[in-house]
Design a protein around this ligand. Sequence first.
Ligand code: KG4
Ligand code: ZN
Length: 333
Amino acid sequence: MQINILAIESSCDDTSAAVIQDGEVLSNCVANQEAHRLYGGVVPEVASRAHQANIIPVVDLALKEAGIQKEALHAIAFTKGPGLIGSLMVGVSFAKGMALSLAIPLIEVHHMKAHVMAHFAEAPHPSFPFLCLTVSGGHTQIVKISNHLDMEILGQTIDDAAGEAFDKTGKILGLDYPAGPIIDRLAKQGEAKFTFSEPKIPNLDFSFSGLKTAILYFLKKQIKEQPSFVEDEMPNICASVQDRIVSILMNKVKLAVQQTGIRTVAIAGGVSANSGLRQALTQTGEELGWQTFIPKFEYCTDNAAMIGITAYYKYLEEQFSHQGVAPLARWGM
Ligand code: KG4
Ligand code: ZN
């Protein structure tokens, strides 16, 4: 029997729906919310209202692109958390209503586990066990994956996430939100000629709040001497910031490989779209003999395909949720 799963992702500012058939992606549709650009960050109230407006058209489109009638679905999967509570509530309520009306099971999915599981959307898949650096706007983690549903956090950020480091630095530089992709683009035209010190954080944990402060003081000092410093040096500043964020991430990944002896290494989450990080992982992997896995761009940032892929493996294990389920803004792995 073919298993068709409709998956819904609404944890932050993207509304996404996907149809997964036997663990293969048939459709993966995302509605981005442009409104947040105006505010320099995601405004939770604006996000939940936009999810409400987007969810039915996005689900309709996902079913249409997949060529699947809703009566042919076997389960509805949704992101239970972590994320913005108002945003999650839209997806969870929609999923519950649809599952109830079709009399099919609900499957709850952890957003950060799903980012890792994006690696199973297309072949080649990493073999178990593997390490994954999961880097998004809200999280920075090194995860050990023992099988599709068994994951353990080995280290994580004690303050800002890597995506926040990009976005907050971008705000200081006067760039639009989200600044990660803009810094990535500008960095390609520049040279990492400014250095920012690396935080001394033990073990496999990370810290990015000091970097943001260091950049702020550096810019203040430079602007005093040269008022047009930011305009004159923008690509070089971006290249330097990106270089430091990537080196902080890669140094911890190298340490994780050393400590665990696991040489299969993946990256996931929105920041895994960063060209500097992608290049650094490939290069380090070649130098140190690791097998590396980098997701396709559409599976890096938030998407429902990764929710559906995770749900497929939960379906096989009959790990179903229930109509009493509520979203969780914070949810440990
Ligand atoms: O995983 P994601 O889409 O949403 C969360 O779950 O947070 O990640 C969004 C984050 C934002 O901070 C954004 O600036 C960052 O991913 N991002 C990037 C790039 N593309 C997205 N950061 C650096 N370089 C990129 N190319
Ligand atoms: Zn995410």
